[in-house]
Design a binder for this molecule. Structure first.
Ligand SMILES: [Zn+2]
Length: 67
């Protein structure tokens, strides 16, 4: 399930709703709203996508130098 801390708005995935926020440690964790879930999904997709998009492309044509 996706949970959000009422105090610091840290949103995270957890198998069951913890009482304590893993980020700020406050006992203010609630179930995330659908909007927060959507933002969480988008954010985690961005994070997951970044390592798969290197600054160079492996299939980039190699320019022959000096020929
Ligand atoms: Zn928190």
């Amino acid at each position: 399930m996706i949970c959000t801390c009422e105090r610091c708005l840290y949103t995270f995935e957890h198998p069951s709703q913890p009482e304590q926020c893993p980020d700020c440690g406050k006992y203010a964790v609630r179930t995330a709203t659908s909007r927060e879930v959507a933002e969480f999904r988008r954010y985690s997709q961005e994070l997951a996508g970044k390592p798969l998009t290197p600054w160079y492309r492996a299939d980039m044509p190699i320019l022959a130098v000096g020929s």
